[in-house]
Design a protein around this ligand. Structure first.
Ligand code: C5P
Length: 307
């Protein structure tokens, strides 16, 4: 039985360079895995061709809308009679947050089923399937830290910093679809976007040097004015008053993150922010950048073991 960790991602920077002929937006974004994770187990189950999904923990899209099933279906396409399997997903990454939870789960499914079904797909083949499932899935397959371009499908890994980057994540309530946020972005006057542009080159240099004070001056996400969610500004203000070096929104929101000098500083920021939360439905999480997705094979003897 395979057990995989599906790490959330955040966008330390997110810039849009233009609109592509396929209607997607050309991105330039520094993606990083973070230590908030769902857990996926692949349990042998049912007759050949069977594909099931059980979700525990936080809510996740049910049935066919779940990216786990979409990823599994794409992998199974043209390969009839594969061994039956149930995907058991333990959700801890909040849904529709800009943290790429669904994409992380889909990437874990691709990685796990490639082995479980003994398909032998190469990294490049898996990446191609990942890009078809969703724009953030190729990064999630790689994990770690990367400069991402194209519609999300060009993933250039960046060496992982030796000095840990500690973060405080804060998700206010509220949800908009990613497609809706990109559509709103297209209607924004350029003057609204400019103050939110990151300095990507400077961010990359700061990451290489482990210089978090400089990184703090380079963050930005052009989708923030497109989301136009007042609670995002409230969340950023809260983290800033709590002492974060800088804050930004991740993905299409509404989660924001604050960066800290080190773990003790992050703990202080998190404690102060927790004391000032408007209500309990705001999700607060102490995290750090994580070096890629770790996989563990559960030792024999587990009750779900069937091979
Ligand atoms: O690829 P994914 O299904 O995650 O994207 C959701 C929606 O977000 C797309 O349908 C598209 O409207 C928008 N999007 C975009 N440009 C990107 C990524 C996503 O316009 N680079």
């Amino acid at each position: 039985m395979h057990s995989l960790t599906a790490l959330a991602k955040l966008n330390l920077t997110l810039d849009v360079l233009g609109i592509r002929p396929d209607g997607y937006h050309e991105l330039e974004s520094v993606f990083g895995s973070v230590t908030v994770a769902d857990r996926l187990r692949l349990v042998p189950d049912g007759p050949r061709g069977h594909l099931g999904l059980v979700v525990r923990g936080l809510p996740a899209p049910p049935g066919p809308a779940n990216l786990c099933l979409e990823a599994a279906r794409r992998l199974a396409e043209g390969r009839p009679g594969l061994p039956g399997v149930t995907l058991v997903l333990e959700k801890r990454i909040p849904l529709a947050s800009g943290l790429g939870g669904g994409s992380a789960d889909a990437a874990a499914v691709l990685e796990g089923l490639n082995r479980f079904w003994r398909l032998g797909l190469s990294r490049a083949e898996l990446l191609a399937v990942a890009a078809g499932v969703g724009s953030d899935v190729p990064f999630c397959l790689e994990g770690g830290l990367a400069l991402v371009g194209g519609r999300g499908d060009r993933v250039r890994p960046i060496p992982f910093p030796a000095h840990p980057l500690w973060l405080v994540l804060l998700r206010p309530p509220g949800t908009k679809t990613t497609a809706g946020v990109y559509a709103a972005y297209d209607r924004l006057p350029p003057g609204t976007v400019r103050p939110h542009r990151p300095e990507t080159g400077r961010a990359l240099r700061a990451l290489a040097a482990g210089d978090w004070e400089t990184l703090a001056t380079a963050l930005g996400n052009v989708l923030e004015p497109a989301l136009a969610e007042p609670r995002v500004s409230v969340a950023r203000g809260l983290l800033e008053r709590a002492g974060a070096l800088a804050t930004a929104m991740t993905g299409s929101g509404p989660t924001v993150f604050g960066i800290a000098r080190d773990r003790d500083h992050a703990r202080e920021v998190a404690a102060r922010a927790a004391a000032g939360l408007p209500c309990r439905s705001w999700w607060l999480y102490l995290a750090r950048l994580a070096p890629g997705r770790k996989e563990s094979i559960v030792p024999p003897g587990n009750t779900d073991q069937a091979t």
